[in-house]
Design a protein around this ligand. Structure first.
Ligand SMILES: [Zn+2]
Length: 120
């Protein structure tokens, strides 16, 4: 059952910390080149449900590839991508939170939904 909960998370060194309210009853496991290499498990969070506790996007390094629609932001100190950003088709900002970077989440219990990002 869908349940929105507030989670805290961040990169490894703590330069960036955030709160995100989202539903982890299903998380996205994408097979695109970067998600594969980084091992990302994603939950998409609208910007009004995402807030920084420490640092912000300007503290991170931006990496873009392919169609350059998604900003893969990673910490210049510890190298972790705790979230990326992008836009919905109607122009709303979304945060693609790396569920592996959320505190206190039992990763093995999550239902993973495969997404075929590789062939998009
Ligand atoms: Zn860091």
């Amino acid at each position: 059952m869908a349940e929105q909960k507030k989670y805290t998370g961040g990169c490894h060194c703590g330069k960036v910390r955030f709160e995100a309210t989202t539903d982890l009853s299903s998380v996205i496991e994408c097979n695109c080149s970067i998600c594969t290499k980084r091992g990302l498990l994603l939950s998409f969070v609208p910007s009004e449900q995402f807030a920084f506790v420490a640092g912000n996007e300007a503290a991170l390094k931006d990496y873009q590839f392919n169609k350059k629609v998604v900003h893969h932001l990673f910490c210049p100190d510890c190298g972790i991508e705790s979230f990326g950003t992008g836009q919905t088709p109607d122009g709303r900002k979304m945060y693609a939170v790396n569920v592996r970077c959320l505190d206190g989440v039992d990763l093995a219990s999550l239902k993973r939904t495969p997404v075929d990002g590789r062939s998009r």
